[in-house]
Design a protein around this ligand. Sequence first.
Ligand code: NZQ
Ligand code: ZN
Length: 388
Amino acid sequence: MLGNFCYKNATKLYFGDDSLKYLNEELPKYGKNVQLIYGGGSIKKNGIYDQVIEILQANGKNIVEDAGVMPNPTVEKLYDGIRIARENNVDFLLAVGGGSCCDYAKAVSVSVNCDEDPWDKYYIRFEEPSCEIVPVGCILTMAGTGSEMNAGSVITNHEQKLKIGHVFGEEVMPKFSILNPRFTFSLPKKQMVAGIYDIFNHICEQYFSGEDDNTSDYLAEALMKSVIHSSLIAIENPEDYEARSNIMWTATWALNTLISRGKSTDWMVHMLGQAAGAYTDATHGMTLSAVSLPYYRYIMLYGLKKFVRFAKEVWDVSSEGKTEEQVAEDGLAAMENWMKKIGVAMSLSELGATEDMIDGITEATLILEGGYKILTKDEVKEILRKSL
Ligand code: NZQ
Ligand code: ZN
């Protein structure tokens, strides 16, 4: 049964290979000083930077550059972004990049007019903004996080060895996002598949929880099938527009709150992955792939019915002559084959994690209660050990 819920998505999306032109329609709605947020320079190599600058200039904007947003943006970079915004009286934040740029823009947006320390306020105490929020727009260049149409923002604090996400309210969501699948063609293969696994796992996190018969889980199965199908095409031909566009659109729907409506959710793979990420600074999607199978195999018997459904509906596993447990195991084996085929990390040691980090990662893992088994810290440690 679907529980009671409210659904609204505040982000306007422009999708397609002509979508950048709609920046012209959005920019006039915002003030003159635009903070242009981007990462380590990929947008300069692939030409997106020049196209965006041309449109900003044509719309008479003052461009305030804020480059160098790193994957897994840090709290130090956040302080830098807040300083840039304050010094230049910024009216609008335009993020051009992947989830890191978009998440970072949201974090800056709630901090510019706030006197308190944003790390403590938003990422430790999980408070809501009590100041004026600077509006954010996003031009997405990497499909994965769903940050383009949600209110999530993940920041890493290396000194405290913590990587924490805050899901804000709708007022923090991008006012608009521009999604051109062609912009993702220049992604290195490793980032493409990390994004694909991130998408897949976002769906799993919302699917592997609860026993109800609800529409959200049917939607989740359709999205999983779409991303699996398109991923196999994209690894062979990264410039297949149809596959890349399906991947990009699936990423958005995987984490824009739709498929979690009316049901409980898990999110333990992300808690494990984020804690490992704080220690290794590894690519987000790879931290998830490294811990997923040990975690799902560990909880499988507690949520057997759903794992059987997953095997049959998503992976076409036949149940003939098999026990439920065998069917569920075959589903996870099919998932493992697919993960290996697309080439995601299958262990934390591949990402630089070592045995002596396990205690710290265990400590940093937040335990959530929506999954099929509420883990103890000892179980977290066991799963992390198996993931090494
Ligand atoms: O820095 P640049 O030069 O832009 O290079 C980036 C970066 O090195 C590169 N890249 C992106 N688009 C490209 C490209 N290279 C060539 N061509 C392109 N078109 O890819 C690398 C990774 O980019 P990044 O933005 O870090 O990746 P992603 O989109 O996976 O974002 C990861 C961050 O999002 C957080 C993660 O924890 C991590 O910090 N997440 C945010 C979520 C949310 N807002 O809801 C949920 C997710 O679960 C996730 O936690
Ligand atoms: Zn994720």
